[in-house]
Write a protein that binds this ligand. Structure first.
Ligand code: NAI
Length: 298
């Protein structure tokens, strides 16, 4: 079987000074990609900054025979996002792959969550992914080819106590992925999301100790690396990934219940049919869902 290579390709990986991003950067570099290792170098809650983590990963990539440059810019500001993409252009003259991976946590139960805690988490995950993709988009469009991978989370897809800010952000990235996939299609830009579970500084205090050996960052990077490759045709999709398992996650709509002029009580009395899951519809485009509603009423 031929090896998937990235020779001549340039990748930006945000938040790649630690954890998953670091592993994605090493994986892509090992397969020939030139890499911008971006990391603000702060704490898990987003406070602080250090040039160390990004520089260390660059050094490791170079030691392994690869090419990389460091960026300590903040994904959450327009200037930072611009500088991250510019770093790729300045150092390597092009950009092909963006992995939006940078993230922070500000966990708090909903009743106690401050506006600042909500805003800051959305700023890094959602705004950051939007801003970096926005800066990269013209380059990808111009060359008629590109790959963007966003980092969602099971916490967003399925909910998680104490993470109203994080869940909102991570489900927001599923929407961004879908729409960017649609808008990038004509220009050969494929956009997908991952919902990983891996043992990193973000999860080591939450996951059971026995997860450390199995839920490796490398097990997530193999999917990210495949999604970044030009041979991967998927777009607009989200994949659950962890400990060697990869699964498609999709938004589905049940068959539904319909009746003209229904009352509030009709809704109550037909709750079981409304909640039914089979046979489900997983619209590829918005119109398919509207069409199903129209068909039911004819
Ligand atoms: P991590 O804390 O090791 O890595 C996140 C990196 O992002 C850090 O190196 C941090 O310095 C950097 N970063 C934070 N804010 C930044 C900013 N404004 N600009 C640039 N860099 C910034 O955590 P981990 O686990 O590697 O997380 C990576 C991504 O995966 C995050 O988006 C996280 O939410 C997501 N994720 C991780 C899961 C896991 O099981 N580890 C589960 C689900 C999602």
């Amino acid at each position: 079987m031929s090896e998937l290579r990235f020779d001549g390709k340039v990748a930006v990986i945000t938040g790649s000074g630690h954890g998953l991003g670091r592993s994605h950067a090493l994986s892509l570099a090992e397969r020939g990609a030139k890499v911008v290792v971006n990391d603000l170098g702060g704490m898990l809650d987003g406070t602080g900054a250090s040039a160390g983590p990004a520089a260390d990963v660059v050094e490791l990539i170079k030691k392994n025979g690869g090419e990389a440059v460091a960026s300590t810019d903040n994904v959450a500001t327009p200037e930072g996002a611009k500088a991250i993409v510019q770093a790729a252009i300045d150092a390597f003259g092009r950009l092909d792959i963006v992995v939006n991976n940078a993230g922070i946590l500000r966990d708090r139960s909903f009743g106690k969550m401050s506006v600042e805690e909500f805003d800051q988490v959305l700023a890094v995950h959602v705004r950051g992914s939007f801003l970096v993709s926005r800066e990269a988009f013209p380059y990808l469009k111009e060359q008629g080819y590109g790959r963007i991978i966003n980092t969602s989370s099971p916490a967003g897809l399925f909910g998680s106590f104490g993470q109203a800010n994080y869940s909102t952000a991570k489900m927001g990235l599923v929407g961004l992925t879908k729409t960017l996939g649609i808008e990038g299609a004509r220009a050969g830009i494929k956009v997908n999301a991952i919902a990983p579970i891996a043992w990193t500084r973000m999860t080591e205090s939450i996951l059971p100790a026995e997860f450390e050996a199995k839920f490796t960052a490398e097990a997530v990077s193999s999917l990210v690396t495949f999604l970044a490759h030009e041979s991967c045709e998927a777009s607009g999709e989200t994949f659950s990934v962890g400990a060697g398992r990869v699964a498609r996650v999709f938004v589905a709509e049940g068959p539904g219940w319909s009746q003209d002029d229904h009352t509030v009580e009709d809704i109550r009395d037909n709750w079981e049919a409304i909640m039914a899951e089979q046979p489900y519809l997983s619209p590829i485009v918005l119109g398919q869902q509207a069409a199903a509603s129209m068909k039911a009423m004819l």
